[in-house]
Every structure is written in structure tokens, then in C-alpha cells.
Design a protein around this ligand. Structure first.
Ligand code: 13P
Length: 251
């Protein structure tokens, strides 16, 4: 059985005090769940989050990292730095990183390799823009993103990969992919992995959906057979909403 996961991507929100407040609300109300729960605070708050949640099942993950081991990369953070504060999992390839920080499939392939060399787990994000979907190119685009950043990996590396399909047009817009659109794409992703690797690899990969997941639509999206949970932006900043979304995951 592949893992069900609900991850909150806090993006560039919450200073130290706000982080502590949200963490304490989450700790108090965390439901019993089959799902693995993750939260991704900003770099400056990773350590406090790690310490606060160390006795809980919630994993603290990072939003990004650089591919280099260290060196003259002002403003960047390395895998070793993340690991030294207890972080084992990193989000890579978020569409905001691709759009505003020039991340390409090629640089992402390097980041993926570095994270794996450090035995980290990767939540790898990808997804098409509205124009791609309107032009009917969304399947080709998604396949190309996966191929360029991930398909050089050995089959054994896929145990450390979680995929997050996030159609760019659904991020922060209030517009979600319909459950049918999400299922159609997730099934396509799984089939693409099966044809490049094997059914076994494809069946074992958790594929999360991200893009305007809210308490009122989470259950329907998560109930699709190839949707294994969600990567949540805005709604993960409110403890009550994030908890409702966690509760929407069925065993
Ligand atoms: O980008 C996302 C998660 O990484 C989704 O953001 P929203 O849930 O705010 O649409």
C-alpha cells in the first residue's frame, strides 16, 4: 500500500511568533490519521518547528534547497544544512520557484540528485499552465517535466520520491482541477512511470494533488483512486482548515 500524505506548504508566510502559534494549534488538535502529515515552514523557522513537533508524528520539511554542497551561493541553503537541523524531506520544483527563480528541469535534476545523495526524501512538484491545458499539451508537458528531472534515476531511488501534481492555474486561484481532471492526470502520471520503470515502481509512488485544496473539496479529490493526498498552500495556514483536510483522507 502506498502512503497517503497531506503536506502543508506555508510558502513565505509566518514569522517566528506566528509559526509558534500555528504549530501549537496543530499539536493540540492533530487527529488520529493513517496519513503522513508534513509541514513546510520558511527556513528561519525550521528549527523551532522541528523541536516543537519532535514528539509528534508531524514531519517538518523544507521548501527548497540548492544543488551544491556549499560555497559562494549567497542566500542559498544546502542539503547538509537542512539535515543538520533535523530535516529529512525537501520540496523541489514548486511552480513558484520555476516561475520567479528561474528553476528549470535541468537545475531540478541536479537538486534531485543532491537530495538523494544525502538520503533525503523529495516532494517533487510539477504541473502545466493554463495555456498548456487550453492547447491540449498538458499531458506532454507533464511527461516532459518528469522525464527531464526524474527519469534518469534508478528504479530503487523512487522509494524516496513523492510526486505533487500542481496545475499552475489552480494554485492560489480558488480554482481547483475537478476530481475527474485530477484523477485523469494522476492515472497518466502513474502509467508514464510504469512504462519507463515498472508497474511495481508506479504503484508504490504517492502522487499528491495541489492547487486550491480546501476543507470543502478535499474529500472528493482525495477519494480518487490515483490521488494519494495533497500539497496544501493557503488552507494549511489555518490550523482548523488544515486539520479538516487531514481528516478528509480515507484509510
Ligand atoms: O502551491 C500550492 C502548494 O504547494 C497550492 O497552493 P494553494 O493551496 O494556496 O492553491
Amino acid at each position: 500500500m502506498r502512503k497517503k500524505i497531506v503536506a502543508g506548504n506555508w510558502k513565505m508566510n509566518n514569522d517566528l511568533g506566528q509559526t509558534e502559534e500555528l504549530l501549537s494549534k496543530l499539536l493540540k488538535k492533530m487527529p488520529d490519521t493513517e496519513a503522513e502529515v508534513m509541514v513546510a515552514p520558511a527556513f528561519t523557522n525550521l528549527r523551532v518547528a522541528f523541536d516543537t513537533l519532535s514528539q509528534s508524528p508531524v514531519e517538518v520539511i523544507a521548501q527548497n534547497m540548492h544543488f551544491a554542497e556549499n560555497g559562494a551561493y549567497t542566500g542559498e541553503v544546502s542539503a547538509e544544512m537542512l539535515k543538520s537541523v533535523g530535516i529529512q524531506t525537501v520540496i523541489l520544483g514548486h511552480s513558484e520557484r520555476r516561475a520567479y527563480f528561474n528553476e528549470t528541469d535541468e537545475t531540478l535534476a541536479k537538486k534531485v540528485d543532491t537530495a538523494l545523495q544525502h538520503d533525503m526524501t523529495i516532494v517533487f512538484c510539477f504541473g502545466e499552465e493554463l495555456e498548456d491545458r487550453k492547447a491540449g499539451k498538458h499531458f506532454d508537458l507533464v511527461e516532459s517535466q518528469l522525464k527531464k528531472a526524474l527519469f534518469h534515476l534508478k528504479a530503487s531511488a523512487w522509494k524516496s520520491i513523492v510526486l505533487a501534481y500542481e496545475p499552475v492555474w489552480a494554485i492560489g486561484t480558488g480554482e481547483t482541477a475537478s476530481p475527474e481532471q485530477a484523477q485523469e492526470m494522476h492515472k497518466f502520471i502513474r502509467e508514464t512511470i510504469a512504462s519507463n520503470y515498472s508497474e511495481k515502481v508506479a504503484d508504490g509512488v504517492s502522487i499528491l494533488y495541489g492547487g486550491s485544496v480546501k476543507p470543502d473539496n478535499a474529500k472528493e479529490i482525495f477519494s480518487q483512486p490515483d490521488v494519494d493526498g495533497g500539497l496544501i498552500g493557503g488552507a494549511s495556514l489555518k490550523a482548523k482548515d488544515f486539520i479538516s483536510i487531514i481528516e478528509a483522507v480515507q484509510a
